[in-house]
Design a protein. Structure first.
Length: 442
């Protein structure tokens, strides 16, 4: 087998040194100080030890596995009206079809489809993975070489597959690519659209090298380019040239770029290695010096971008919840930039100062609350931030995630996807599937 299979569900070094040396215990009080956790110096990928924050917080492994399985079953196969976001819609000549539904907005988004595939490959659920990928290629992928979004996925379509907006949101492509590369290592490659590695490398080539195309779209004539700026070496907010010189901190995924630098097309591996470091630098620039909050949208220099159609994008809002998850996973996997631990500690300090049960979901970057209540999505990403934090209450953020019910109802899509991915991150079950010998694939 080519998959990089880890023999145990291991925790970080401090888990081995402390939590695993004592029997499972009831969670400590919210005010109890906790020791800082750190992965092995080379990171979890090199050490083979992915931190299990739930074990460190005192929860038995069997209960963790049961919680993850229950969340997957409810969100993927629960009641169609109140619980599920995954819906199978028959089949075509390539096999079963399924989409992830943003129930609140009543559309299908590349973000959610790619999240669904990543969850499926991490949980060894090949049927769901293939069904989502088949639906995405059938209804979201643009194969017309004259269309401005050629080689990309429409970021939003109806549940019937009609585009609401043909332009991509690059985080969808990023998760699609990485999920496909992991599938290739975990399950091996099939044929056609199930040649996972071939599909991933085709997408990688397009996101970096696609030339400008001008043509008609549902929003009029548009010109679109690649998804990564070659000079800035960072992901764009959009390939639409009118707004292509901007970015989104939550689209920066250096942990994934390191994977691409090992498994992507050989000629581009140097670029992806550089892009990973550029994104680490970007987090340090974009995060507020007191709160570590990042804006939804940003400029390449790290300053906030108040888009003309959405001026509130300069604040910490729904996109920005994911920034801390991104830098924390990068630290856990690769341990390449200690500034990420400083960012995580600062972020936890800010939210702890707001009250673990009282902090809101929306803020100005300097910490003025803008409402939104306390939502499961942000609770989830704040828990993942414990992978890169030395704050004495870091495990209280993990316990807050544990105590949250599985999202249901109108807002179960975004909250649910972040909740389930956070369970995987915090349990040590969200892993980089690479060749066993760690060598880059040709």
């Amino acid at each position: 087998m080519t998959a990089f299979r880890l023999p145990v569900f291991a925790a970080a070094l401090l888990v081995l040194a402390s939590a695993c040396s004592r029997p499972a215990e009831a969670p400590a009080s919210a005010s109890a100080p906790e020791p800082a956790a750190s992965p092995a110096p080379a990171g979890a990928v090199a050490s083979g030890r992915y931190p299990d924050l739930f074990a460190e917080a005192g929860y038995p492994r069997a209960e963790t596995e049961a919680k993850i399985q229950a969340a997957f079953e409810q969100l993927f196969h629960g009641d169609a009206k109140e619980q599920a976001v995954y819906y199978e819609t028959g089949s075509n000549e390539h096999g079963p079809l399924a989409y992830i539904h943003d129930v609140n907005s009543d559309d299908v988004r590349s973000e959610g489809m790619s999240y669904g595939m990543m969850i499926a490959v991490q949980l060894d659920r090949k049927r769901e993975f293939d069904a989502i990928w088949n639906w995405a290629l059938t209804h979201m992928y643009q194969d017309d070489p004259t269309h401005p979004s050629h080689g990309y996925f429409a970021w939003s379509v109806t549940t019937g597959g009609e585009p609401n907006d043909e332009m991509p949101a690059p985080d969808g492509e990023e998760y699609f690519i990485t999920a496909l590369l992991f599938a290739a290592e975990r399950w091996g490659n099939g044929e056609g659209r199930y040649d996972y590695r071939g599909q991933a490398r085709r997408l990688l080539t397009d996101v970096l090298h696609r030339q400008e195309i001008t043509g008609p779209t549902r929003r009029g004539e548009m010109t679109a380019t690649n998804l990564f700026d070659h000079e800035a070496k960072m992901v764009r907010f959009t390939p639409d040239v009118r707004n292509a010189a901007h970015t989104d901190a939550s689209y920066h995924l250096p942990a994934f770029y390191e994977v691409w630098a090992r498994l992507g097309p050989e000629g581009d591996r140097g670029f992806w290695q550089e892009a990973a470091q550029v994104s680490r630098d970007y987090f340090a620039k974009a995060a507020h010096p007191q709160t570590a909050l990042t804006p939804d949208y940003g400029n390449f220099d790290g300053t906030p971008w108040a888009a003309s159609w959405r001026p509130e994008s300069a604040d910490f809002r729904y996109d920005a919840w994911r920034s801390a998850m991104n830098w924390s996973v990068d630290w856990s996997w690769w341990a390449a930039d200690p500034r990420q631990v400083e960012l995580g500690t600062r972020l936890h300090g800010f939210f702890a100062s707001q009250g673990l049960d009282a902090y809101q979901s929306l803020y100005t970057l300097d910490g003025k609350p803008l409402g939104g209540g306390q939502t499961t999505g942000l609770v989830a990403t704040n828990a993942v931030a414990a992978l890169a934090s030395r704050h004495p209450q870091r495990l209280d953020f993990v316990r807050a995630l544990w105590e949250r019910p599985i999202p249901s109802g109108q807002h179960r899509y975004y909250d649910g996807m972040l909740y389930l991915m956070a369970l995987l991150h915090c349990s040590g079950d969200f892993r980089a599937w690479l060749p066993e010998d760690g060598a880059a694939s040709p």
